[in-house]
Design a protein around this ligand. Structure first.
Ligand SMILES: NC(=O)c1ccc[n+]([C@@H]2O[C@H](COP(=O)([O-])OP(=O)(O)OC[C@H]3O[C@@H](n4cnc5c(N)ncnc54)[C@H](OP(=O)(O)O)[C@@H]3O)[C@@H](O)[C@H]2O)c1
Ligand SMILES: [Zn+2]
Ligand SMILES: [Zn+2]
Length: 345
């Protein structure tokens, strides 16, 4: 295949611009996708600002990518031309580092990271590692599936791996791209689900998504409210404030867990006392593997979970990105290419 494709690249910190790039052939073990949709995750900010460790510019951001395979590199047998697939953030492990050798590919020390070590999905075409892609079920449009490949798998995996039991009190803090999916997963997994946001305007949306209760953290202390309810077995913290996360520890039950998935710029400062007295814990969780993404997609189909999205054409990526950064997205901005129009909405 010859010719060129449109991509939106970070040419310098803070600048997203449209570029025309030559189409290249996938290398061994790779596939070339015709992108249909790509979600805008808050983590893309680390590419746009040029702060992701080891990043070099120019770079195309985007790690919630859905498209159709149009070319296979040598040695790729599992996937077929025309098949609809998706790519998330961690899109290929090296297979040889210690976490990989222990079967913990998501924590690979030398991973392929979409939109960071390789060009991502703000583009009409993307080259991906065959071992880093997930199959997309027919029940989901491309624009619906895209946010599930990062926001979805991150919250789904964090909740399903937290050792919780049906009926447990579980809170999701931060009702954004991640949080609005976290609320749906928590509810459908059978937990007593509390959404913690700021402002009254998200209350109805959070309840429509399945929250039994909404706490407006702008007027009430979430920790106090949760403690009054008996204390949360887990709080999934998706917000971008370390200071807000630290205050949530007060809402945990004995043995409760604060699961950090949001990546704030400020520090999380904690007292040791509630950790020691009550055996509470705090730990992080990083997205998931391609097979975790397939589980997320399957659970979403099974339980009728869908992201709430606002779609923008690829060419308007800078405007869509700005809307996400300003906290205006309800709840995920999704870029749609000309190949995705009609198939994605
Ligand atoms: N662990 C992982 O693998 C992983 C994967 C994807 C993303 N992330 C990280 O997760 C975070 C959220 O990503 P996203 O795409 O969901 O972002 P988003 O859609 O832009 O949402 C941002 C969230 O941050 C909350 N927030 C902002 N300022 C806050 C403050 N001062 N106090 C409390 N909450 C505040 C907002 O909550 P309200 O307005 O509802 O209060 C909103 O829910 C980002 O840091 C991102 O880098 C991590
Ligand atoms: Zn992400
Ligand atoms: Zn590795």
């Amino acid at each position: 295949m010859r010719g060129t494709y449109k991509a939106v690249e970070v040419s310098a910190p803070g600048t997203l611009r449209i570029a025309e790039r030559p189409i290249s052939e996938p290398g061994p073990g790779q596939v070339r996708m015709r992108v249909e949709a790509c979600g805008i995750c808050h983590t893309d900010a680390t590419t746009v600002t040029g702060t992701y460790p080891g990043l070099t510019l120019p770079r195309v951001p985007g790690h919630e990518v859905v498209g159709r395979i149009e070319a296979l590199g040598s040695g790729v047998s599992r996937w077929k031309i025309g098949q609809r697939v998706g790519v998330g953030l961690i899109a290929g492990e090296d297979g040889i580092c210690e976490p990989c050798r222990r079967g913990d590919a998501v924590n690979c020390q030398n991973p392929v990271v979409s939109g960071v070590t390789v060009d991502g999905g703000y583009a009409e075409v993307m080259i991906a590692e065959a071992r880093g892609i997930a199959s997309i079920p027919d029940e989901l449009s491309s624009a619906e599936a895209a946010p599930l490949l990062c926001a979805g798998v991150t919250t789904y995996n964090a909740l399903r791996n937290a050792g919780l039991r049906a009926g447990d009190l579980v809170a999701v803090q931060g009702i954004g791209g991640l949080g609005h999916l976290g609320v749906q997963f928590a509810r459908r997994m059978g937990f007593r689900t509390v959404a913690i946001g700021r402002g009254r305007d998200k209350e109805k949306l959070a309840k429509d998504l399945g929250a039994h209760l909404y706490i407006d953290a702008a007027v009430e202390d979430a920790g106090t409210v949760l403690q009054r309810m008996g204390g949360a077995r887990a709080i999934l913290a998706t917000g971008t404030s370390g200071e807000a996360m630290a205050r949530l520890v007060a809402g945990l039950a004995a043995r409760g867990k604060l699961i950090v998935v949001g990546a704030p710029e400020d520090q999380i400062q904690l007292s040791a006392i509630p950790l020691i007295f009550g055996g509470r814990s705090i730990y992080g969780s990083l997205t998931g593997t391609p097979i975790d993404s397939e589980d997320t997609l399957a659970f979403s189909v099974l339980e009728n979970i869908r992201p709430m999205t606002e779609t923008f054409p690829l060419e308007k990526a800078a405007d869509a990105y700005a809307r996400m950064i300003e906290g205006k997205a309800r709840f995920r901005m999704v870029l749609v290419t000309k190949d995705g129009v009609g198939r994605s909405a």
